[in-house]
Ligand binder design. Sequence first.
Ligand code: FMN
Length: 197
Amino acid sequence: MASFVAVYGSPRKDGNSARILKSAVEGALSDGAQVKEFYLRDKKISPCLEIYGCAKTGRCVIKDDFHEIADAIVASDGLFLASPMFFYTVSAHTKAFMDRCQSLWMKKYEIDKTPFGQANTKRLGLFIGVGATKGKRLFDGALLTMRYFFDTFDMDLHKSLLYRGLDNKDDILAHSDYLKEAFDAGAQMNKDADERV
Ligand SMILES: Cc1cc2nc3c(=O)[nH]c(=O)nc-3n(C[C@H](O)[C@H](O)[C@H](O)COP(=O)(O)O)c2cc1C
């Protein structure tokens, strides 16, 4: 049985990405996983201040809600992260959280001197991206960001669910197929995590 963290990155409550992520969480739970959920819109998380208070210990010195989420991810078998596309990348809420993870990057690469590119993917990452337009390259930027972000947590981008053409808050409700796909992906994440242990 795997334990996952689910991070809801949209400022919008019960919007498209949140509903899709919720479905993935329900799928994981149905398969026996444990899931801790965090809604970034409800958290106080400063942007990275680039003061490198983390340089000696790898722990960010800003005291806010960042730590409970990062610590939960470190203790987990994987992360489900959902964000809408804002100007072809993740939301500001999501990006602020990600930038604070520079402290983990410092620990991994500057303090522990982990060789770059060393395959250490004991945790599994699921990224859910949602955008209004239908452009082929809509998720290019976010996927690159996500790969490097997941790496700080020794996690690979195991699965991406990318949905175009969703704009208004309830648009997702016309797509039970997307919700079903997310449910199944959540259940599969649990199976895949169990195999990896
Ligand atoms: C600030 C802002 C920027 C956006 N930028 C894009 C964009 O670059 N490409 C796109 O396809 N949709 C863009 N959208 C639309 C959202 O991605 C879309 O409405 C999405 O369904 C919102 O997901 P949510 O309900 O999970 O918040 C933008 C919306 C906002 C508010």
